[in-house]
Structure formats: structure tokens, C-alpha cells
Design a protein around this ligand. Sequence first.
Ligand SMILES: [Zn+2]
Length: 479
Amino acid sequence: MKVAVYIRVSTLEQAEEGYSIGEQKDKLRKYCEIKDWTVVKEYVDPGRSGSNLNRPSIQQLIKDAPKGLYDAVLVYKLDRLSRSQKDTLYLIEDVFQKNDIHFVSLSENFDTSTAFGKAMIGILSVFAQLEREQIKERMTMGRIGRVKSGKVMEFNNPPFGYEVENDNYKVKPLQGAIVKKIYDMYLSGISISKIKETLNEEGHVGNPYSWSDTRLRYILSNPTYTGKIPYRGKIYEGRFTPLIDDDTFKKVQQELKERQVSTAKRFNMQLRPFQSKYMLSGILKCGYCGATLFVNSYVQPNGHRRLRYNCPSTYKSMQKAKKYAVKDPNCPFKLVYAEKLEPVVINEIKKLALHPDSIRKPKTIHHNGIDVAAVKKELASIKKQQQKLIDLYVISDDINIENISKKSADLKIQEEVLTKKLSQAVEPDNGKLINFQNLLAKSSDIDQLSYDEQKFIVKKLIKSIDVYNDDRIKINWNI
Ligand SMILES: [Zn+2]
């Protein structure tokens, strides 16, 4: 019988006993001698993984199969042929059996020319796959073992303030001091945007990029600075110098939570932390073709995340993947970075807040001769008087109940008259405009607010923004 021998070894296995190319060759040759088979060709894939068929010699073996060069393929172990169930079955059934080629694996004493061998094909393939899963699992366990023993993940970008040295984090003196300064400033009551401003005004020392709220927030909530290693949702004890003590870190986490709550109170808004992360996402339109800009973020090697917006019309892979998003394949839009565009938008809001005259005034329309705004004002005043009466009744012991009852009844009648009047008037739609103006009035210091606050205001005040090249924008206000 003419036999083709196939030998594979991965880079990792090369060092392991019993897996070297020489040893595999040796065992296979001896086996052929005993069986009185002739080795016609040796196919060797050194340093190749068995997880796919992207190996030169296995490809040659497949090519040679229909040529009648060999009657059987011999391997040392089934996983030498492939570590994938799919590929193993493909090779045995579609390549070998189709060409009347037997397949023999030495270690498993497995021969497809026998009935037993045929039955074993499926089973062994399953085991080959299982083995692969186990390798993956072992690798994961290895990583967890690594962090458990206090070693940092070397492939991680070290957080700002640290560098990697000898498998561990080492404090960078300048950057480390800045981290401490950020924590100190925050705990002394300074807002994140104010810290950002200060650091950037100082020339963002030690940091190649200007500071952003997101980055500062990330630094303020990263447990690594207390000497811990966060990994897969758990926190492990590290073996490197902490920059922040546990107590300070805890206080900052508490403060972050509280300030978020007060933000919510100030604007009477519900903070949904996982909704719409970015200030401008969804409201930007390409000024040239009208398509909605899409956002993508990428993490730079230093761990700093940058956001950019682009027009789907100009994005080649997008033209293929999402044809419907493309409005004009010749669109001249150039991508824009969020960190450049956001301040431009914030500045426009500030300008409008300081000069609100440019917005139209709420209309006072007299429907059926009724001044709706005036009636509403009166009603509100009656409600206030009623509440005052109730308060008075609750806190005073020697109050004349009769007197109160009379006053209360008077108010009640006035209220009914006014409510009836109001129901006869058709109200002009000023609600939206009034809401807009109220929020705008609170927004004159928008550039001093936190990212979340700014985001909230932007989404409320702005319907959409047409974006042109060189950071030129046209805002469509939500009125
Ligand atoms: Zn466009």
C-alpha cells in the first residue's frame, strides 16, 4: 500500500515531548515498516495551528488526493489532521473517502478501512472538537490564575499614571501625581468639567491629548488606582503601588453617584446611564447630502477613546453594507471628531442663552376673547392661596375655622369660573416654546456643566444639526 504521511506541529507544541516533527516521523515510519507499507510522500506543516486548513502541506495533500499518488493517509494522532470537527469530517469524507483513500491514525489505532473505524469517524471528530474547547478553557483559566496571583494583564494598556515593567505596573511620577491631583480636586468639590478646563489650560501636561469629561470620569472610577486588577467583572488584589487609597476611592465613588443625582434634580430629568452615551449621536445630519451621521469610537494605544462622526455616503464599506444610508456617493463630507464638534455646539447654545431675543416670543392669542396666559396665571395664583390656607390650618392652633372655610369656598368658586373660561378657549401651542425658553434660561453656563448635563440640554434644545466641513454647523432648534 502506498502511504502519504501527514505531520503537523504548532509553534507551542514544538517544545513538547512526543509532538516534535522528528518524533512523529520516526513513529510513523516504524509503523509503516511493520505493516509493510511504502511511504511515498511526507507532508509536513511545521508551526501551524490545526484550527483551520490554512496550511501549505495539507493543501498539497488535498490537491494530490485525486491523482492516485497514495492509497492511505497516515497521521500520528487525529488532532494532527485537524482540531476542527468540521474540517476533520470534510477531509475524511469529502477528500479521502471520495478518492478511495484510507485514513489511519496511529495513536487511536483508527483505520477508516475497517467498519469500526468508520463508526469512529464521527465520535473522534467530536472529541477533537472537545479538545479544542478545553484548550480555550485552559487559556482562560491561565489568565484568571494570572490576575489572581496579582499579575497585571500584560496585553492591557496601562491606565494613565502607570507603565508596564516586568509584567507589572509601575507608577510614572508625573502622570501619577496628576491622577492624585484629579482625585483631590474632585473631592474638594470641583466639577469634572472645571477640572478638565484647569488641566487643559495648564497644557494637559503628561497627556498627549486634551482632557475630556469621559476620560476624567473613567480615571475617577477606575479601581486600578487603588492597586487592584479588574478582570472579567471581578476585582483582584494587585501587586503594584496604589496611587489612591481605598478610603479616598470610596468617597469619590459616592460623590460621583451623588452629583449625578443632583444633576437629575436640577433639570428634573431621569438619568438613564446606558441610553444615548454621546451628546450628539442621532441628531447630526450631513450638510451636503442630508444623511444621518453615524458615530464610531476607537481606542488609541494609550487607552484614550476618540469618537468620530462620519457621513455614511462617504464610507466605502458602508456603501456596500447599508446601501439605504447612502444619499450621495459623491458626498464631500470629511469625518469630524466629537471632541471638536461638541464645544462648537455648546458655544452656540451659550450664545443663544445669552441673547434669547433672536427667538420668537410666545404668542398671546385671544381665543373667544380670552387671554389664556392671563387666565392660567390667575389659576396658578388661586392654587397657591388654597395651599396657603391649608398650611395655615395645619400649623395654627387658634385659627378661626369658619373664616378659613369661607375663604376656601370663595377661592373654589373663582377656580371653577376660571377653569370654565379656559375650557372655552382654544389654547395656542406655546408649550414647546415656553419649555424651550425655560431650559435655555438655565443654560447660560452650559460650558461649565458636566457632560451629562450638557448632553441633556443639547438633546432637549436641538432637533438636528447640519454639519459641514471645517466644523461649520447649522442648528435646527427644537421650537
Ligand atoms: Zn453626506
